[in-house]
Design a binder for this molecule. Structure first.
Ligand code: GH3
Ligand code: MG
Ligand code: MG
Ligand code: MG
Ligand code: MG
Length: 305
């Protein structure tokens, strides 16, 4: 199916607006009409605004040019394609219209065929833009999220963690920084198969997310290792939170193809009173990592600070 656009016709001359509206209808382009600049801007500010704007130059409220300027100042993911439509056809006017952010310029009285072709150019441009925005959105997601678990990947996670620390300094809140790792995961893979291991990682990602609050931070550092960062009043409470999570995992029925697979996790953690030195994040990480190592040494399925 051809990519379809919705148009806005803004013209204080009702007959002229009607003419364009009828033509667009004939060409299968859905359109809304505004008779002054304010009404037009309102339309553009809607949650799902028209993407092709056909603006008269002189209108009460805002002129077509003022509208262009205003619209181009707004940071839009999918900015509209703007055609200025006016009787002013001097070279200066055309140049000004384009310089103020219009994509195209049609002089009145316009030739119907030319208007149609220009609208088609707009449609093609908007289609290309939509595809680009879509691809960028998917790339952004791929760059930040782990494909298997849907959690933040290591790089994006550490970026966010640095921000979390700066915020914690400002709000004088305290944090618990924890690294956790599935016990004997290699054996699980060997015994139940790699797809079963993947399923566990996915289920575990969900379980961990459920255990934390939406504003806490969680991500997959790599392999079967995750990072948890949450605000908490004191070390005692931080220990309780992690103990609860550890027990939830121990209790949870991880399933793959009808088989229940027992899973436990070891935790290393450090209680943090954030300060201005952001480079400390790496220190906290290595602290938590050493504590994790101790949990493993002491027999696994443990929380160590
Ligand atoms: P420990 O209790 O000391 O952590 O033992 P372990 O077996 O969990 O640790 P080890 O580091 O020896 O093995 C980790 C295993 O995790 C090896 C690797 O194949 C597996 N693994 C890493 N990433 C994935 C993944 O994405 N999917 C699956 N199925 N397995 C993974
Ligand atoms: Mg006018
Ligand atoms: Mg290991
Ligand atoms: Mg492991
Ligand atoms: Mg590991």
């Amino acid at each position: 199916m051809a990519f379809s656009v919705r148009a806005l016709i803004a013209d204080d001359d009702k007959a002229s607006a009607k003419l364009v509206e009828v033509l667009l209808q004939k060409w299968g382009v859905e359109a809304v009409v505004a008779h002054d600049g304010l009404e037009a801007l309102e339309q553009v500010m809607q949650p799902e605004p028209p993407s092709l704007l056909i603006l008269d130059w002189e209108m009460p409220g805002y002129s077509g040019i003022e509208l262009c300027q205003k619209i181009r100042q707004i940071d839009m993911a999918n900015p509209p394609y703007i055609i200025i439509c006016t009787a002013r056809d001097s070279a200066e006017h055309i140049a000004e219209g384009l310089n103020q952010g219009a994509n195209d310029f049609v002089t009145k009285p316009f030739n119907t065929q030319v208007l149609r072709a220009r609208i088609e150019v707009g449609r093609r441009t908007l289609e290309l833009q939509a595809r680009l925005v879509d691809a960028m959105t998917r790339l952004d997601h791929l760059a930040s999220y782990d494909e298997l678990t849907g959690l933040l990947n290591r790089r994006a996670l550490f970026e966010r963690v640095h921000e979390d620390f700066s915020r914690a300094v400002r709000t004088e809140s305290r944090l618990c920084f924890s690294v956790c790792d599935i016990d004997w995961f290699k054996r699980i893979n060997d015994k139940y198969g790699h797809p079963a291991g993947d399923a566990i990682l996915r289920q575990l990602g969900e379980l961990l997310s459920q255990q934390l609050r939406p504003y806490d931070r969680i991500g997959r550092i790599g392999g079967e290792e995750f990072l948890l960062l949450f605000s908490v009043k004191d070390a005692g409470r931080a220990y309780k939170v992690l103990e609860r999570i550890r027990m939830e995992i121990e209790r949870f029925r991880f399933e793959f193809e009808g088989r229940v697979i027992p899973v436990t996790m070891s935790f290393g953690a450090t209680f943090v009173i954030p300060d201005e030195r952001v480079e400390r994040v790496e220190d906290y990480f290595s602290h938590a990592d050493q504590a994790l190592y101790q949990s493993k040494e002491k027999g696994r399925n443990l929380v160590t600070f």
